[in-house]
Design a protein around this ligand. Structure first.
Ligand code: ZN
Length: 349
């Protein structure tokens, strides 16, 4: 204090110059705030109970832009919380400034209210207010799901024919009866036919490398399943000691529990670990063999489109899920039934 006074009294000119130098420009203060925001990024930390639903997981694995679309969805749902986090960061950044710097920044005298200041300066720093949604944590939080990999092979319920079709697909000679029991058990109990699938249980996280485009998928001790999702039937059996490598086709992978008449949940009422003792591995070697696109994946793509249309306020003629139409009324005249006034879809009694 004394030192300053001496300086002030004896060397007024120099003091004045020093003070001017110490004073910052508005741009310098701006940079200070920006640096703070850049070095203190905000991240959302999810509760362990915040998990991805099976429907969301299905979209992530099966659609090209699934991961990003999911991130957008999370953003939209949590927008208020994210705004609060952004305000909180900006508030912290501004609290690092002294009064002089604050006035420089806002261009007027500051009334001392940080809240006012945050809303006033929000737009100016919007580009630097980034919140990491921490989607990966949400993915890690999620439970194990039952995955079905469709072989793209449709079975029609004819016992002899279906056994032959499966053995051929698995490249098992007809005279080799090692796995006949397992195959016959599945076919014999899946009287309505269905699609030949391989079931396994794993975490969603294991599929997050999907962009690397795997070319093969190998199953050891596979569970073959013949689900029929349209009428809710099917059967499974395990082929112990068997191993098969199939071409990998992303559209043929789906989450059983994301579909109506899920085999695991609706047909058998099983928990998601029933097929945990099968081993799968993905590969990147070139493979010339191709696999047919699964009919189930087409069904699911259609379902997703219906959902999307409904979410955007519309509905689709012919979509028989009555919950995806609005203002449905009951028609008393013959033929009686429910009718959607918007698209005309009719559910006859
Ligand atoms: Zn409608």
């Amino acid at each position: 204090m004394i030192h300053v006074n001496i300086l002030k009294d004896s060397l007024p000119l120099i003091y004045k110059t020093m003070k001017t130098k110490a004073m910052k420009t508005k741009e310098e203060v701006r940079q200070k705030v920006i640096n703070y925001l850049k070095t203190n990024p905000q991240k959302v930390y999810w509760d362990y109970r915040d998990q991805i639903s099976v429907e969301q997981a299905q979209k992530i694995i099966s659609t090209e832009d699934g991961y990003n679309n999911f991130a957008d969805e999370v953003f939209e749902i949590n927008i208020d919380y994210i705004n609060d986090l952004e305000d909180y960061t900006l508030k912290n950044a501004l609290s690092e400034l002294n009064e002089e710097e604050v006035c420089l920044l806002s261009g007027e005298d500051w009334n001392g209210d940080t809240g006012d200041l945050v809303s006033e300066l929000r737009d100016e720093f919007l580009d630097y207010l980034e919140v990491d949604l921490n989607i990966d944590q949400l993915i890690r939080n999620s439970p194990n799901f039952v995955f079905f990999y469709s072989a793209g092979v449709e079975l029609n319920g004819d016992y002899k024919e279906d056994v032959r079709t499966i053995k051929r697909f698995l490249k098992i000679l007809m005279r080799d009866t090692t796995h006949d029991q397992a195959i016959m058990e599945a076919v014999g109990n899946a009287g309505y036919g269905g699609t030949l699938c391989f079931a396994f249980s794993c975490e969603l996280e294991e599929w997050m490398w999907m962009n690397e485009k795997p070319t093969t998928i190998t199953f050891r001790n596979p569970y073959i399943v013949i689900p029929n999702h349209s009428n809710g039937s099917g059967w499974h059996s395990q082929m112990k000691g068997f191993e098969i490598t199939l071409p990998f086709r992303k559209e043929n992978l789906y989450l059983d529990e994301a579909i109506k008449y899920s085999y695991t949940k609706d047909v058998c009422g099983m928990s998601s670990d029933w097929c945990a003792d099968t081993d799968f591995q993905i590969g990147y070697n070139k493979i010339s063999k191709q696999i047919k696109k699964s009919r189930i994946s087409e069904h699911m793509e259609r379902e997703m489109k219906y959902d999307e249309t409904y979410k955007n306020g519309g509905c689709t003629p012919g979509d028989m899920n009555i919950n995806r139409h609005r203002d449905v009324y009951y028609r008393n005249e013959f033929p009686c039934g429910n009718k959607c006034p918007h698209c005309g879809t009719f559910w006859i009694d």
